[in-house]
Design a protein around this ligand. Structure first.
Ligand SMILES: [Zn+2]
Length: 187
């Protein structure tokens, strides 16, 4: 990740009320310092470098749990991303470069009233997929294969907490073309 993108990611935890676990996840993710299984294994701290999700699903797997595998290429993750895309109305193909930049950096395209497509940075998209990856990480820690209903509930709840704790973030979350439901509603 470029320095500017790391900085943008780290700006999250300067000014919003988020749980410490999420803060730590962001910090480690943005600094490429998450303890995935292949990294634990390489450091002599783990005995199995293979993907947690693939193993739960199939019992046996040839896929190592690298950062890229766990958060993007894994078949479990791919399915969840595809389903989450439908929920929020993300139309770019998962493997397109447009979606990759949206997924990792929050840079998506917005079509204006004249039908012109503008590529813009979208804080809400960045935050949505960041919380999405955090939930993937938490479910992995609990050794749970999450379904999309669970993940969407967790992500939208996380966004709701952020929206009601920060006006700045509330505005950012409201000015997106993603369908995030009524994330600012109480309760
Ligand atoms: Zn996998």
């Amino acid at each position: 990740m470029a320095t500017s993108e790391i900085k943008r990611g780290l700006e999250f935890w300067k000014n919003i009320a988020i749980e410490n676990d999420f803060r730590e996840f962001l910090f480690r993710e943005r600094n490429n310092n998450l303890w995935t299984n292949n990294r634990l294994f390489a450091a002599g701290l783990g005995t199995d470098p293979m993907c947690t999700y693939c193993k739960i699903k199939s019992g046996h797997t040839a896929n190592r749990e690298s950062f890229g595998h766990l958060f993007f290429d894994c078949s479990i993750t791919t399915k969840l991303i595809n389903q989450a895309q439908i929920h929020v109305g993300e139309t770019a193909e998962k493997d397109s470069s447009l979606f990759r930049t949206t997924y990792w950096f929050g840079t998506g395209s917005i079509v204006d009233e004249n039908g012109t497509e503008n590529v813009n940075f979208d804080w809400a998209k960045m935050l949505f997929w960041e919380v999405f990856r955090y939930r993937l990480w938490k479910n992995r820690q609990y050794r749970i294969l999450p379904n999309i209903e669970k993940v969407m509930r967790e992500v939208l709840f996380g966004l709701h907490i952020i929206a009601i704790s920060s006006n700045k973030w509330k505005q950012r979350l409201l000015t997106t073309n993603y369908n995030l439901g009524n994330i600012t509603a109480q309760g």
